[in-house]
Design a protein around this ligand. Structure first.
Ligand code: CA
Ligand code: CA
Ligand code: CA
Length: 504
């Protein structure tokens, strides 16, 4: 691979990653003279005959009948239907024909709204050989929910003993103290009924601090071209410890070992959306969000941006079509009751004033391009997603954290965070990747205390309960300055999340 992937938002999971993030932060602070109204620079996607490319094709109307018409258009255009999601009217297709995009629009007639290449590189994993229709054709046959285990639950209404027995390394977890998770645990550690999906690089299910909380029946691997694979072990970590670290922040167990998560009694599902090269392609994320909705998850965490574009522009047809498909998946899963937390990103940029991007497309050769405020970092900037910036132990905005007035919703700890790591170990990592799972944990505690609340109610309360933090210099004075009042500003949004208020 020519370009080292860095969409995952932990900046210190490798030494070179931390250095890369620091470089990115400085680049992101450069003043630009272009205006937000400029058209974005086109990013042509070459699809020569013979190269296997991946596409999303959006139906105009999201229902099984119209989705079936889109599938027929794919087949009539020399494409293969890899995965069909009739709930959202999205078909994932492979084709090695240069003319596929034009043909599928023509053959689809009124059924096709848009088509977009979902990568700029040829498909590395190939087309899955078993394309049996149990997951594909029509709306029937989907798994609907699951039995929630009830083994020694601490139901949300139960009073706890005032003295919580500490795990050995809890004293090192300044992050849980900053968001008052330690105080919240005197009320509850969260409910077994709450399930959090970790859309990431996989979770080590045998880790002694995670094993008790892993829900294998609801875990999945989405990285084989965007098709769900429930094979045991398929959703475990391979080349990255990122997902295991994120999972521990959310729900490492209170078990006399190691650390505790923000919500140490909730359950975790591994939803693997990061392939072995570190890429989170759109069809992987779509699979992950729909899966979360199908399995009635309560919360998801999303510490990544969707590759290969750091920003997806609505004035570029391929990018707009992909963004539509991902947004449909997010919106649909939200309607099923899932609330989503997402990392704001580590580029040190002002997301409310976008001007340039030099990181995309990252699967072939990035170009220096003009971008505008119609270009979105997804999923974090999609409607209804909680956008999380990162704080330091001193409650400064971390130098690498993206920011943006009206974009950042809340802040949480993201600098030097101790959590679980593969091999049954522990590691300290930094990134907005580490901030978002604190918010996912707070949402899981809140859902434990308020089981009937909808995603919109949870998000409203999260913002209202967050502790206001007035503008202050970022760590090392890095990046665009803070703007806005204490109640809602470009660094902290509505404030640092408050786990104690979430369970009160
Ligand atoms: Ca523990
Ligand atoms: Ca948001
Ligand atoms: Ca508060």
């Amino acid at each position: 691979m020519t370009y080292r992937p860095h969409r995952l938002r932990g900046v210190a999971f490798a030494a070179s990653g931390a250095l890369l993030a620091a470089t990115m932060m400085v680049a992101g602070t450069a003043a630009a003279s272009t205006t937000a109204q400029d058209a974005s620079t086109p990013v042509p996607v070459s699809t020569p005959d013979g190269y296997l490319m991946s596409y999303v094709v959006n139906a105009k109307v999201a229902n099984p009948g119209q989705t079936r018409l889109v599938e027929r258009a794919v087949e009539a255009s020399g494409g293969v239907v890899v995965q069909s999601w009739p709930q959202i009217g999205v078909v994932v297709a492979h084709s090695d024909r240069q003319a596929f995009r034009a043909d599928v629009v023509r053959n689809g007639g009124n059924a096709v709204e848009s088509v977009g290449a979902s990568r700029t590189a040829a498909v590395s994993e190939g087309t899955p050989t078993d394309l049996s229709p149990s997951w594909g054709k029509g709306a029937s046959g989907y798994q609907k929910g699951h039995a929630k285990p009830a083994n020694g639950d601490l139901s949300s209404g139960d009073a706890r003993l005032d003295a919580v027995v500490a795990d050995p390394r809890e004293g090192e977890q300044w992050d849980n103290a900053q968001i008052k998770a330690d105080q919240a645990h005197r009320v509850t550690d969260g409910s077994r009924d709450v399930l959090v999906g970790v859309l990431d690089s996989g979770i080590e299910a045998t880790h002694p601090d995670l094993a008790a909380n892993i829900d294998a029946a609801d875990s999945v691997n989405c990285t084989a071209a965007g098709r769900p694979d429930m094979t045991p072990g398929a959703w475990g970590p391979t080349t990255s410890g990122h997902g295991t670290h994120v999972a521990g922040t959310i729900a490492a167990a209170r078990n006399g070992v190691g650390i505790v998560g923000v919500a140490p009694n909730v359950r975790l599902a591994s939803v693997k959306v990061v392939n072995d090269d570190g890429f989170i392609y759109p069809e992987y994320a779509i699979c992950g969000f729909v899966w979360a909705g199908l399995h009635k998850m309560d919360v998801t965490n999303n510490s990544y941006y969707v590759d290969p574009m750091e920003f997806w522009c609505d004035d570029q047809p391929d990018q707009a079509a992909v963004r539509t498909a991902v947004e449909r998946a997010v919106t649909w899963s939200t309607k099923q009751g899932v609330v989503h937390a997402a990392a704001a990103g580590n580029s040190g940029k002002d997301l409310a004033n976008k001007t340039t991007d030099t990181a995309s497309p990252n699967d072939t050769k990035p170009i220096a391009r003009t971008i505008n405020n119609g270009c979105k970092d997804i999923p974090t900037e999609l409607p209804g997603v909680v956008t999380v910036s990162a704080t330091t132990q001193a409650t400064s905005l971390a130098s690498f954290s993206n920011r943006g007035l009206g974009v950042i919703d809340v802040a949480a700890p993201g600098r030097s965070i101790l959590s679980t790591y593969p091999g049954g170990t522990y590691a300290r990592l930094s990134g907005t990747s580490m901030a978002s799972p604190h918010v996912a944990g707070v949402l899981a505690l809140m859902k434990s205390a308020h089981p009937s609340w909808t995603p919109a109610q949870l998000i409203d309360a999260l913002g209202a309960q967050a502790d206001d933090h007035a503008c202050a210099p970022a760590e090392g004075n890095a990046g665009p300055a803070c703007t806005g009042p204490a109640t809602d500003n470009s660094y902290y949004g509505e404030g640092i999340v408050d786990a104690l208020d979430a369970v009160s």
